[in-house]
Design a protein around this ligand. Structure first.
Ligand code: URA
Length: 310
């Protein structure tokens, strides 16, 4: 464990004591968090809460809703899409919530495995796929040949996409997520590829850009035969959970994370989910995930003591 510590003093807060992007402060978020991408989805899922006592949309697009589910405090947060938004969300939430933090992501994905549109994938682990910008420094011409070389500079340019090793989800939380989801739907567990974009690094062909991604999906499957889906947030979530230290490095890891995904795009058949099916599956899955969160952390002391109405 490195000796350097990240304390709240190192992270910026606004003059009203709120974090800069999510814009929450102690007492407004629970230790049990269900996170989604789309704010309208968070709004829909908040219908599952029996009481609501905090709701805030930040100018950066984070929607945070805290209330009671089965009489236990939970928070639903919409974070938008991508690695950076997940990074803002996890770090800033850690800053304002005391004690252990359990985060379950309910997202959408493109299926690479047996799951079809509307099916549910559980990410047992997540690996990263990123664009290798150095590969794209010189537009190829018909006469360009890539020659073998040993220089570090050239070595960096060899592959258009880079892979980061799989990080495991929290085993107990993921077990509960699977158990709860299996009661309401068929579940497809496996690894999930977390790309740094929706298009090039998920192997989608482009007419207007040089992406060099023809064989990318085959390479993903070769490296990860158990791959179920591609999306854009879970690797960052699992990575941050793994390196979470808690206050003064005393409680490592202090964040537990799991992830379930509804298949929006079937990459084999090139089919997309309908809005009605998506809404119905999200509600069904969210209830199961909230049940899993409450079972994982059953006590009712989820909010900071300063939260008046809990
Ligand atoms: N989200 C993604 O990142 N990819 C898809 O194909 C669908 C949802």
């Amino acid at each position: 464990m490195p000796t350097e510590q990240m304390t709240s003093a190192n992270l910026p807060l606004s003059s009203s004591g709120r974090t800069y992007h999510v814009e929450t402060r102690p007492g407004e978020m629970s230790n049990r968090i269900l996170t989604v991408g789309d704010p309208t989805r968070a709004q829909l899922l908040s219908s599952l809460l029996t009481k609501e006592f905090f709701r805030h949309t930040s100018p950066r697009g984070f929607l945070t809703i805290t209330g009671l589910y089965r009489n236990v405090p939970v928070t639903i947060v919409a974070i938008g899409m991508g690695l950076s938004m997940m990074d803002f969300f996890v770090r800033e939430t850690r800053l304002v919530v005391q004690g252990p933090l359990a985060i379950v992501r309910l997202g959408s994905c493109g299926s690479l495995g047996a799951a079809g549109t509307g099916d549910l994938v559980v990410a047992e682990s997540a690996f990263g796929i990123g664009r290798n910008f150095d590969y794209f420094t010189e537009m190829p011409t018909t006469t360009t040949t890539i020659t073998a070389t040993t220089s570090d500079e050239e070595e960096k340019k060899r592959e258009p996409y880079l892979f980061w090793a799989a990080v495991q989800a929290d085993e107990r939380l993921t077990g509960l997520v699977k158990q709860e989801l299996q009661e309401v739907a068929e579940v497809f567990p496996g690894s999930v590829g977390n790309a740094d974009g929706f298009y090039a690094s998920q192997g989608r062909p482009a007419d207007a850009f040089w992406d060099a991604n023809d064989g990318l999906l085959d390479e993903v499957r070769r490296r990860h035969p158990d791959v179920m889906a591609l999306e854009m947030e879970s690797h960052m979530l699992f990575h941050l959970a793994k390196v979470s230290t808690g206050k003064d490095n005393q409680q490592a890891p202090s964040v537990s994370a799991a992830c379930a995904l509804v298949v929006f795009a079937d990459r084999q058949g090139n089919r997309f989910i309908s809005p009605e099916d998506s809404q119905q599956k999200m509600l069904l899955a969210a209830r199961a995930l909230l049940d899993a969160l409450v079972e994982y952390m059953p006590t009712q002391d989820g909010l900071h003591p300063s939260a008046g109405s809990v």
